[in-house]
Design a protein around this ligand. Structure first.
Ligand code: FAD
Length: 380
């Protein structure tokens, strides 16, 4: 029995998205991996087709669509086997902060551009000395008349070079309690004092521009503070569950893709006069992989439904985030092993999956932090 009921509209959307990716994305991935960047026009093309920020209300240019459209984008993107065109980060992680918490003027100013792909967004939380421990972040936001002045540094920011705006976490240095000190601010790349730093060299995720960002007396209008002063933590608590869910969706879809291409390879590759899929060890490994993928898919789909029904998924999504990302790593690793030496070569897609899947256990809250959250709610 299928847990998620996709409508005919959802199915048509998936088909047209897949066709678009086959034509506009997959043929260019190697080029983007080499360039360490996706061209900005790609975001526009996505926007033109209605593939960005689908949940944004129609009055701001969106479709007012349900979360299943986001699920479809994340799943189909996983099958393009690259990280550069990070549409779920833009549509389902960053922009929802603006949709939910910005004032009318800021929504009108930025949402239509985010929907159309004219603006690429990023989320700026992590700092050189504050990753897991967000309460320890040092970037400051101080009011000065009708403006807010920002000073500090962020690191590991996905879309860091290509972004046109950042939703930035910063603190009021005068407020001691970290849970009351944080603000989330919409900072356009054009704001005076905002500088993009160097692109960070990474072991994977090559087509995504991960960068450092600097703020030196950077000024934004006060209206660009989301919600009320000091409610940064409250907003993050509300939105981080969806970020972790999106990460799990990508993890399960990646594992499914890794399994599919490994099965295909094992049926074609011959050793000792027969396809390697005929060896009992290969069959057992593929069955183990398929079982893990199915467990992940079942857990995930139930969670997607719960999320759409507005249930509190904090604990389950923490469990799903750590388990599905580690499952995807195991599946990618076993898939690579079954490819033999070819699995270690760039030419074979399993090698990129293996490299790219590793970071999923680290970002969106490390897997250790996820287990800590679950432990707390279990009363341990
Ligand atoms: C490719 C990439 C893209 C990223 N994109 C973004 C982005 O767009 N925006 C953004 O803001 N950040 C982004 N990040 C940053 C990412 O979210 C952080 O790296 C992550 O939160 C961990 O922080 P840290 O690196 O400072 O590690 P640390 O917090 O220093 O952790 C180091 C180790 O200690 C463990 N640890 C820490 N605290 C505890 C604890 N209480 N209990 C048990 N173990 C603990 C961690 O689990 C980890 O294993 C990205 C990172 C990468 C690599």
């Amino acid at each position: 029995m299928e847990i998620i009921k996709y409508s005919d509209e959802h199915k048509i959307f998936r088909q047209s998205l897949r066709k678009f990716f086959e034509k506009e994305v997959i043929p260019h991935v190697d080029e983007w991996e080499e360039a360490k960047m996706v061209p900005k026009e790609m975001w526009k093309k996505m926007g033109d087709q209605g593939f960005l920020c689908m949940d944004v209300p129609e009055e701001y240019g969106g479709l007012g669509a349900d979360f299943l459209y986001s699920v479809i984008v994340a799943e189909e993107l996983a099958r393009t086997n690259h990280a550069g065109l990070a549409a779920p980060l833009h549509s389902d992680v960053v922009v929802p902060y603006i949709t939910s918490f910005a004032c009318e003027e800021v929504k009108k100013q930025y949402l239509p551009k985010c929907v159309s792909g004219e603006y690429v967004s990023a989320i700026g939380m992590t700092e050189p000395n504050a990753g897991s421990d967000l309460a320890g972040l040092k970037t400051t936001a101080v009011e000065d008349g009708d403006e807010i002045v920002i000073n500090g540094q962020k690191t590991f920011i996905s879309n860091g070079i290509s972004c046109d705006l950042v939703v930035l976490a910063a603190r009021d240095p005068k407020v001691e309690n970290p849970h009351e000190a944080l603000d989330l601010l919409v900072v356009p790349a054009s704001a005076p004092g905002f500088e993009k730093g160097k692109q960070i060299k990474k072991i994977g995720w090559h087509s995504n521009d991960t960068a450092e960002l600097y703020f030196s007396d950077c000024r934004i209008p006060k209206s660009h503070r989301l919600s009320t002063k000091g409610s940064g933590f409250m907003m993050m608590m509300q939105k981080l569950a969806q970020e972790r869910l999106v990460c799990s969706i990508a993890a399960v879809a990646t594992a499914e893709f890794a399994l599919d291409i490994t099965i295909e390879y094992c049926k074609e590759r011959k050793a000792f006069g027969r396809p390697i899929s005929k060896f009992q060890n290969t069959q057992f490994k593929l069955v183990e992989m398929a079982t893990e993928v199915k467990l992940g898919r079942t857990f995930l789909d139930k969670l997607i439904v719960d999320h759409m029904e507005g249930e509190n998924i904090i604990v389950d999504v923490a469990m799903a985030k750590f388990w599905t990302t580690e499952m995807a790593r195991r599946v990618a690793d076993q898939g690579l092993q079954l490819h033999g030496g070819y699995g270690y070569c760039d030419e074979y897609p399993i090698s990129r999956i293996w490299r790219d899947v590793r970071v999923m256990s680290i970002f969106a809250g490390t897997n250790e932090i996820m287990k800590g959250i679950a432990a707390k709610f279990m009363g341990l």
